[in-house]
Design a protein around this ligand. Sequence first.
Ligand code: MF3
Ligand code: CO
Length: 278
Amino acid sequence: MFRRRQQIQYKTPEQIRKMRTAGLVVAEVHQAMRESAGPGVTTAELDRIAEQVIRDCGGVPSFKGYDIGNGPYPGSICSSVNEQVVHAIPSEDAILKEGDLLSVDVGAIVDGWHGDAAITVEIGEVSPELTALREACEAAMWAGIKAAASSKRLGGISRAIEESVDRSGEYGIVTGFGGHGIGTEMHQDPHILNYGRPSEGPKLRPGMALAIEPMITLGSEDTAELADGWTIVTDDGSIAAHVEHTIALCEDGVWVLTAPDGGVEQLGDAAASAARAE
Ligand code: MF3
Ligand code: CO
């Protein structure tokens, strides 16, 4: 059996700079989402705010009209609440309430280059169990990003995410979805599993841009798709968390393109000089 050749798009430093511009638009939307999300707010309202911020910043929402064969995606964000893992469509009927855990996923295109990132937000006061779930997901994402600076192969990122989740507690790692390459399209090679072995996968090289996105649950790793053709929920109804950053591998470290500080605080010396120079 032959394995399909990976079609990895390597970016020049100038192209990575353009991706940074798109990444900062996404970061701007996240800030607006943190300020706007709360009890009584609908996910449709969040969607309108997000689209406005993207367009005000000179970007285009990349999710809107995105079609993988099930019809165009109608929103500018994915707003996944509680047992919804990813890709939930914003709705006037989805009224956020105290205690909910919300993942907001945002994509923007600027000058042909994509940024894609997600945050998990607590609505009002949530149970300590959900805070721990969110923190475990964030820790896993940063462990994966740090591993991108030191690993030889993609599997090093996957393994670091898995190890971090296991260190944090008893969580399911969603198996059906993962991270991805990103550039002039939102989804490019390579696919990035959130578990694996360091010896697996393509070699990590400068010029790669990757979306790192762990999805973890309080229960099963299995998911199901709702009849709307988009919304992914946990199979067992357990609550899920999902966070994501777009990163670029530079000659001298990692640049977290969708983080306002470029990842400097979390990565320290592993942050690319371009990130530290901003
Ligand atoms: N960040 C999401 C992902 O990588 C993008 C969802 S595309 C949408 O899967 F069209 F479903 F919104
Ligand atoms: Co993504």
